[in-house]
Design a protein around this ligand. Structure first.
Ligand SMILES: N[C@@H](CCC(=O)N[C@@H](CS)C(=O)NCC(=O)O)C(=O)O
Length: 200
């Protein structure tokens, strides 16, 4: 059985949980407390020398890190990862966008606010993340105004990657109500069979 090391409240880890739930993939979830420094232990460094969650461990002991790489591995051969070459590249396009243009703003603002309690010494950094986060949300809004999902007409792992931090963006100070198409897309994702809520 797969083992996943993660924290369900971390969007990068929650992506894996959500995909595994949609696909009904059996797994053991092992909670890692990042605030307690558990990703920096010698034991954890053997799992991921980059000291980050999530980590997927296969039956033969092979380890995979980087949330979007894990999603691609697990979704292979399913409807959540298109077989068509161009559509697959579009999935990757959105996943790279998520890691470079979305997560560094929205997830970091949320981390500073929700995990750290918005300490005064990080207030300027938190405020500095707002413009970049809104730029990413606007780009998603424009795409989702034209289509039900980010790639093609069906749910893919591109949606799962971006849903993870977008649906809790308010915890980073982003007013999601201002984005009507994103709001409808969030509901669409939550209505899929076997949806698993972050706060389950
Ligand atoms: N690009 C990585 C990012 C992983 C990441 O930043 N994980 C955070 C939690 S969301 C972490 O483990 N932080 C621990 C630390 O920085 O000490 C991915 O997508 O998996």
């Amino acid at each position: 059985m797969y083992k996943v090391y993660g924290d369900i409240q971390s969007g990068n880890c929650y992506k894996i949980k959500l995909l595994m739930s949609y696909l009904e993939i059996e797994h053991e979830w092992l909670h890692i407390d990042i605030l307690a420094g558990e990703t920096h232990s010698d034991e954890f460094k053997k799992l991921n020398p980059n000291m980050r969650i999530p980590v997927l461990v296969l039956d033969d002991g092979s380890k995979l890190t980087e949330s979007n790489a894990i999603l691609n591995y697990l979704a292979e051969g399913t409807a959540l990862l298109p077989a068509d070459r161009f559509l697959r590249a579009q999935v990757l396009q959105w996943q790279f966008f998520e890691q470079y243009s979305h997560e560094p703003f929205i997830a970091t603002a949320r981390y500073i606010n929700k995990y750290l309690g918005l300490p005064a010494e990080r207030l300027a950094e938190y405020e500095g993340k707002q413009a970049g986060g809104h730029k990413a949300l606007l780009l998603m809004e424009q795409q989702l105004d034209k289509a039900d999902f980010l790639v093609g007409d069906v749910l893919t792992i591109a949606d799962i990657s971006l849903y993870a931090y977008t649906h809790v963006a308010h915890e980073g100070g982003f007013d999601i109500e201002a984005y009507a198409a994103i709001g409808k897309w969030i509901k669409r994702i939550e209505q899929q069979a076997n949806y698993f809520a972050m706060n389950s």
